[in-house]
Design a protein around this ligand. Structure first.
Ligand SMILES: [Zn+2]
Length: 137
């Protein structure tokens, strides 16, 4: 019996979920699906600059599972670009984190903000700009 899929914590909800080559009608395109956990894996490593073991922790999966998720996501995106396929972002065993958590490096204040509200300008307690995003706290 297959083990139930473990939910991966994901700190993003993508604004665009469908990408396709310009000027080609959708009906003549082949479509490939990028799961949301795959996009999150690439975001954590390629944009936030985390090491894979840190990113795995952030998503609540093992290092080995994370490696599989990100390898598969990169292959999917590369195939879409190289083979001119439409890319749909959806699905995956994910639990979307509704809020982002920030930690102030100066006063250690922790606060949460919903997605889509932009990056805060300063710590609401001490006005320091030395704070970081950390969804693990
Ligand atoms: Zn502060």
């Amino acid at each position: 019996m297959p083990r139930p899929k473990q939910c991966r914590r994901v700190g993003l909800s993508p604004d665009s979920t469908y990408f396709k080559p310009a000027g080609i009608p959708t009906r003549s395109l082949q479509e490939i699906v990028l799961p949301i956990d795959g996009l999150e894996a690439m975001r954590l490593v390629d944009i936030e600059g985390l090491y894979q073991d840190q990113a795995a922790k952030r998503m609540g999966v093992s290092r080995r599972t994370f490696g599989r998720i990100i390898d598969s996501a990169r292959t999917t995106v590369t195939r879409a670009l190289v083979e001119g396929m439409a890319l749909r972002i959806e699905g995956g065993a994910v639990e979307i984190i509704e809020e982002r958590t920030f930690v102030c490096s100066d006063c250690q204040h922790i606060w949460k903000l919903p997605f889509g509200t932009g990056r805060p300008k300063a710590c609401p307690r001490c006005q320091s700009t030395a704070f970081r995003r950390d969804d693990t706290v």
